[in-house]
Ligand binder design. Structure first.
Ligand SMILES: NC(=O)c1ccc[n+]([C@@H]2O[C@H](COP(=O)([O-])OP(=O)(O)OC[C@H]3O[C@@H](n4cnc5c(N)ncnc54)[C@H](OP(=O)(O)O)[C@@H]3O)[C@@H](O)[C@H]2O)c1
Length: 315
């Protein structure tokens, strides 16, 4: 089976490279990773051409326009990359009996719900980035809706607060904690930090069974680890983990000051609550007999962050 992965240089794309290049993974075909240099997703003819040339049975789209604040002034580009390019991929997959694994975001919600969001909750993105990702989800749904047998054909994994090999909040906090004696971090926006490698592994297991595509139920799934926090909670855990790993930092937990989001205005509005319920995914993993095969599935965000910070401090 031939697999085409878009977004090879992003956090999730690098995580997929780690997982799919692992010798224990048997694709039974070629795996091609492409980045902006090989295929610019803002040019739809390039997206179409590469699909026609490679003829993948599985498309993994780990690429996205992720500059949340910049998107407010680059709406057209954000929509081209986050909505139109996935639409081309989905139409190709639906027409050629291929499978599409795509990723979306908690920012499709407005954050006004009290508890965790389910896949059935109404989306209402506050930002251009969120709107463009919502449009991508809808385009994928529409492309497959006309396909009478879309089972096992597409999965959109909605995730949140991703960190991996690339720029992310945890790395920024650890850098600032080295430079400053005190930090101010938002305490009233809630969500779930998610490890890119955990997410890639989950995505692979959802669509594959021993090198073959499996008939999973197509649709949107919320994919985050257990638990929840806010940015201040995440910053404190990351700094604590770095201190525990022996790092000498001028910042201490006592000098990470919680502030409301209103004191840290950004160009793009963010949801105050973006907790995602993973009940639907858990049921599907159970139905597929995957729960015992995914030892990391049940880990909490805390455990994942500590592991990640330990890896960072060792490098
Ligand atoms: N990061 C988060 O906190 C977060 C939260 C929720 C959901 N998500 C979703 O999770 C997925 C993965 O995110 P991530 O954190 O891995 O993002 P990332 O690190 O920003 O990576 C995105 C990748 O997309 C590529 N890309 C952007 N524009 C492109 C274009 N015109 N042509 C080709 N490639 C292009 C980038 O290429 P360059 O390297 O060349 O720039 C980059 O490698 C995305 O769908 C994102 O929306 C992320």
């Amino acid at each position: 089976m031939d697999i085409l992965v878009f977004g090879k240089d992003g956090q999730l794309g690098r995580a997929f490279q780690g997982q799919l290049n692992n010798s224990s993974f048997q694709a039974g075909g070629n795996v091609l990773f492409v980045g902006r240099g090989e295929c610019d997703l803002s040019d739809l003819s390039q997206v179409n051409d590469i699909l026609i040339n490679i003829k993948p049975q599985l498309i993994i789209n780990a690429a996205a326009y992720t500059a949340v604040d910049k998107a407010e002034t680059e709406s057209e580009l954000a929509f081209a990359i986050n909505a139109s390019a996935p639409e081309v991929m989905a139409k190709y997959a639906a027409e050629h009996d291929a499978t599409l694994l795509h990723f979306s975001t908690d920012y499709v919600f407005d954050g006004s719900k009290k508890g965790a969001y389910s896949e059935l909750d109404k989306t209402n993105p506050l930002s251009i980035y969120g709107k463009s990702k919502e449009a991508g989800e809808q385009a994928i749904f529409k492309a497959f809706a006309s396909n009478s047998n879309s089972n096992g054909k597409y999965a959109v994994l909605r995730t949140s607060w991703v960190y991996g090999d690339g720029r992310n909040f945890i790395k920024t906090i650890l850098r600032l904690a080295k430079e400053r004696s005190a930090l101010q971090v938002i305490q009233d926006q809630y969500g779930v930090p998610t490890s890119a490698s955990w997410l890639a592994e989950l995505g692979i297991h959802l669509v594959f069974d021993e090198g073959q595509l499996r008939p999973f139920a197509s649709g949107i799934y919320h994919a985050v680890p257990q638990g929840e926090t806010n940015w201040h909670g995440l910053a404190c855990l990351a700094v604590q983990a770095a201190l525990d790993a022996g790092q000498k930092l001028p910042t201490s937990l006592a000098t990470i000051i919680p502030i409301p989001a209103s004191e840290y205005p950004l160009p793009a509005p963010r949801p105050m609550n973006s907790r995602l319920s993973t009940q639907k995914l858990q049921l599907e993993l159970k139905r597929l007999g995957l729960v015992s095969k995914l030892p990391h599935w049940d880990t909490s965000w805390n455990e994942q962050v500590i592991t990640y910070v330990n890896q960072l401090t060792q490098n």
